[in-house]
Design a protein around this ligand. Sequence first.
Ligand SMILES: Nc1ncnc2c1ncn2[C@@H]1O[C@H](COP(=O)(O)OP(=O)(O)O)[C@@H](O)[C@H]1O
Ligand SMILES: N[C@@H](CCOP(=O)(O)O)C(=O)O
Length: 317
Amino acid sequence: MAVYTQVSAEALARFLAGYDHGELISAKGIAEGVENSNYLVDTTTGRFILTLYEKRVDLADLPFFFAMTDALADAGNPVPRALPDRAGQVIQTLEGRPACLIEFLSGVSVSHPTAEQAHAAGAALGALHRSLAGFAPTRANSMGVAVWPKLFADCSDQLDSIQPGLRARVGSALDAIVATWPTDLPIGAIHADLFPDNVLMLGDRVTGLIDFYFACTDIIAYDVAITHSAWSFDAKGVALDPAIGQALLAGYRTQASLSDAEVAALPLLAKGACIRFLLTRAWDWINTPADALVTRKDPLAYLRRLDWYDANPTAFA
Ligand SMILES: Nc1ncnc2c1ncn2[C@@H]1O[C@H](COP(=O)(O)OP(=O)(O)O)[C@@H](O)[C@H]1O
Ligand SMILES: N[C@@H](CCOP(=O)(O)O)C(=O)O
């Protein structure tokens, strides 16, 4: 459960008093998520998400994220907007943290996607990239390839406590990936974290794309690779069904194209995605406070994915 910051009823009622969105009826901490504190808030006029930004979100980046979600919503994508208060302010302070009130979207995130659902998610990612083709704001990827050596250095001493030999395995994979990382592929605004838990669905229909707090400017095909690595495997990181990955890519191609060079780079980009999520999960595994109401994610699930991409270099052919 991700609630790092407790919000009192009194503070929330004062917060809501600044908006034209009714009076507080109830607020419940949301179990899902690991990065920020999220509450489901019901008021006399509707249902909202309250997000308090925690460890990895820089306040200065929020305008970029909200420009992106507004652009996507304007273009008809199912993306929630951050809501302004009566004075037009979107970013507030609540219980000492930056906080925003966000539109609530219905739908649930699937734990075991079918090929049809993966196809729809791929199409939603393609539409997202297409909609952002002319999006001017930029943000460097704070979790991108340039940062991975530091992420590794920050936790390398403790990687073997997660699994003996992990430090050497990750270190050598990291060196090889960084040395060959592509520099000539198209870049643009990407989501960078489109895991199944960030896609809300009703049946086979995508009803919400959420959690843009790693969104950035990076290789567009890297976003496809991240999404492939997140959707095509079971939670333990063992290959579940290649058909899921193929459906995801087929869905993507209904909305956006991938050049031969992008397709050829996908295996390497997917291994990069494995390193990125393995390292941030490992850092969290080691550093999450014992009293935090959060379920840590297994870093080894991304080691298994890395092994799988190593063993299946033609997975994207
Ligand atoms: N706009 C929204 N509409 C409906 N549910 C949402 C919305 N935003 C977040 N949620 C719910 O909150 C959970 C955590 O949100 P998320 O942004 O993924 O948190 P974190 O940034 O901590 O990973 C989601 O899995 C979803 O259940
Ligand atoms: N998706 C990442 C961690 C970020 O969590 P999210 O709940 O914000 O998607 C992972 O699975 O490691």
